[in-house]
Design a protein around this ligand. Structure first.
Ligand code: 2U9
Length: 348
């Protein structure tokens, strides 16, 4: 039975070639070679016409079986090749998660922001609230409410950026305190606040002057507030900011908005008071102005001065940062030179 043998060997041959096909192209070639129009299976089908009629169904069934077997084997091999291809692709695309990453450059708060936040935290810890206010202010809040009427000679001390006759860039943050005193409900407890922020003076910029700098002012108004409360508060402040061994001393001074007024020195944090270049060989560094709030200032906010008194103080974070880090030019803070700013990295 020659045709049957032929079919059997064709099947075996095709199976072997399918197994040996290592890519889809080769596999497709096997399909063309065996099942194509000019392939042996088609030839055998055509030759069946010449067979005796009783053999036709037997051979016909065999042809179908062989074709089915080859087709099924091809599908299996195709699946296997695709599985292998996918596996190879997955392997080649593997990410090694243990490789070190690319470092992201991290910034930090500006050195002045760092100092101001340190001071804010300190006063928050003593129960003060932090209040901010407008930089464009009314003359009345900036000067008149600070006991400096329009014709007051002390106004010459502060050259001011006027926007109109009545509107200016604030020269201190005290107007924020005046606004807060206006609305504070003293029946609910004492007023304890600090106001940090930018202030402006019409100065020519040089190593020690900047037309825009920073201030933090503090204010406490309550019953029975005395100079002792002021001194105790500033002592805690100086020790926290400059070290536990620091001492303070008060020298008489004058501000229109406080009476009496003092200038506050802290013992030198560099030499401990012996005298060095930082303290200009005096052992003391001036860091604050302060005093008991002038009764006129309290009265302008409608506060009963028979019942209430207060203390206030002011300091310049620019100056504090310059002292702390030995920075000799205030303009450094405002030039935004990244090499300067990056020296004040916050330790993690
Ligand atoms: C109210 C009443 C009084 C705030 C005060 C100073 C003294 C002071 C300077 C320090 C260096 C400004 O930053 S600086 O240039 N400030 O000397 N400031 S008492 O007095 C007030 C504030 C608010 C209602």
């Amino acid at each position: 039975m020659e045709m049957k043998e032929q079919l059997t060997s064709l099947k075996e041959e095709a199976m072997k070639q399918i197994k040996d096909s290592h890519d889809l192209k080769a596999l497709n070639q096997v399909r063309i070679d065996y099942l194509g129009k000019k392939g042996p299976i088609t030839e055998i089908s055509k030759g069946m016409k010449k067979l005796p009629s009783e053999e036709k169904p037997v051979v016909g069934a065999m042809v179908n079986d062989v074709r089915t077997a080859i087709t099924e084997e091809m599908d299996k091999q195709k699946e296997e090749l695709e599985r292998q291809a996918l596996q190879e692709q997955l392997m080649s695309e593997t990410i090694d998660v243990t490789l070190p990453g690319t470092a992201v450059a991290k910034g930090q708060g500006h050195v002045l922001t760092q100092i101001m936040e340190e001071i804010e935290d300190l006063f928050l810890g003593m129960g003060y609230q932090i209040v901010e206010g407008p930089e464009v202010e009314e003359d009345s809040y900036n000067f008149e409410r600070m006991n400096l009427p329009k014709d007051h000679p002390a106004r010459d001390m502060q050259d001011t950026f006027y926007i109109t006759d009545d509107i200016l860039l604030r020269t201190q943050t005290s107007p924020v305190q005046a606004r807060t005193m206006d609305t504070h409900d003293f029946s609910k407890g004492p007023l304890k606040m600090i106001s940090p922020g930018k202030v402006y003076r019409r100065d020519n910029d040089d190593a020690t002057h900047s037309h825009q700098f920073h201030q933090i002012e503090g204010l406490v108004v309550a019953e029975n507030i005395t100079m002792a409360d002021l001194k105790g508060t500033l002592e805690v402040f100086a020790k926290e900011l400059f070290g536990a061994d620091r001492e303070i001393r008060l020298r008489p001074s004058y501000f229109p908005f406080t009476e009496p007024s003092v200038e506050v020195d802290v013992s030198c944090f560099k030499c401990g008071g012996k005298g060095c270049s930082v303290c200009k060989h005096t052992g003391w560094i001036e860091i604050l102005g302060a005093g008991m709030v002038h009764p006129n200032v309290l009265e302008m906010s409608g506060i009963d001065t028979d019942k209430y008194s207060g203390f206030a103080f002011g300091l310049g974070p620019d100056r504090v940062a310059m002292l702390k880090y030995g920075i000799e030019d205030i303009r450094r803070f405002y030039q935004n030179d990244i090499r300067f700013l990056n020296q004040f990295k916050v330790k993690e």
